[in-house]
Write a protein that binds this ligand. Sequence first.
Ligand code: MN
Length: 496
Amino acid sequence: MTTKTTLIDKAVEVATKAHEGQLRKTGEPYIIHPLAVKKILEDWNMDDDTVIAGILHDTVEDTDLTLKDIKEQFGKDVAFLVDGVTKLSKARSGMKNLESYLPETSDNLLKLLIATGQDVRVLIIKLADRLHNLRTLSALPPDKQKKIARESLDVFAPLADRLQMGRVRVEIEETSFKYLDPKRYEELKKITEDRLKSADKKLKNAQAAVENILKKEHIKYKCDGRVKSIYSLHKKLAKYNQNIDRIYDLIALRFIVEDVTTCYLVLGLIHSLFHPMDGRIKDYIAMPKQNGYQSLHTTVITPDKQVVEFQIRTQEMHDYAERGLAATFFYNEQKLTSAYTEGRVSKLPSNLLWIKELQETATKLAGGEKVDTNKLKLTLFADKIFVYTPKGDIIDLPQGSKPLDFAYRLHSEIGAACTGAIVNGKMVSLNTTLNNGDIVEIVTSKNSKPNPGWLDKVETKHARHKLLSQLHSLIPNFIAKPTESVPKPEKKKKKK
Ligand code: MN
């Protein structure tokens, strides 16, 4: 413990020195920012390596400190995390770079995940980084504010949601929305406050009635009120014709109880007090939301004619809803390393298994281990497959891709020099369709040249384009056969 604490202090020292003389746009010394990121990560109960990497996250990009220095002083895990964050910001600094980083992916979120595939802690550091930048956005010129706010709303809020970090998602959404549409934000804020004020007494009555009955039944509970966030109100109003009377969950009363059985018991007790509204009872415990959210919801009408939503959940469900993946670290007091990837962590919510699988495979391959690829099911991105280089790098391709698509994705020279492909240790024909989780190795030879027959063996536009231009320069007067320009029936582009 003491050594680790010393390491955190040392990281602060090293970062302070490295950033010396640099200023933020606010005019404050730069180190304010890494220290704020440190604080956020500590609040999320992240492990020491993550906190240290958070302190150092901008050093490699912006100072003289090198990855090698970090590795020597703080170990390879920290260096790996810092490297991931650095790559990630390089990957997204300007959409152009991002495109060239992963040419064929259209989903920003996916790109982020792929870029950092091996360790989800990289994303968590990135979220902490973004959160602090959003909190201090006022120092930037308006056009930059809008750009960052937009990106945060489009990429980082869904990312937080995917990681189930509800509280972070809400803060990102609220702050971004405030910069993107300040007028609307204030308007909705006022509406919410007015509603709250007018309902205050009736809500207190309802709460008191429930608390009363819980005490009588000797049920331990915690209760708090939650007001719908401005941004989600904005989204919901758009769905309901701007009719705020149709928003039943503007204000909710939340009861946190000891276990699942008690959740259902409390639901029953609430219904014994108030009349539930038709179709408004939701069992997200038995059927969690897609992002893993669990809770019982019911909307009732109180004798005062007040519509109230109740949310009932356990402390653990509450923590997951608020802190998501970060809560997983807290509950397990371990990071996403061996114990995690070996499946010994029981509390990883099932919807986050894709992270585990992605990581597991990458880690094993990197360590030279054999991987049972049949076990891999990455259902999150159904129209994509993920294949691996023998070194464990993750490459995403559209479904139906073949070895040449993979080869050209790695590099057009690798594509050009391809003489064969080894998939999962077996030599295969270039016509083989790749599957999720395949480990693909391209055999090359310096003397090999692409040939026109390959045009039937590529599926992706990227590979076809590269191949065609190579053929044009190799073969004078080369004309692709007309049939080859007829587009193959492509799968539907993903729906938004
Ligand atoms: Mn930063």
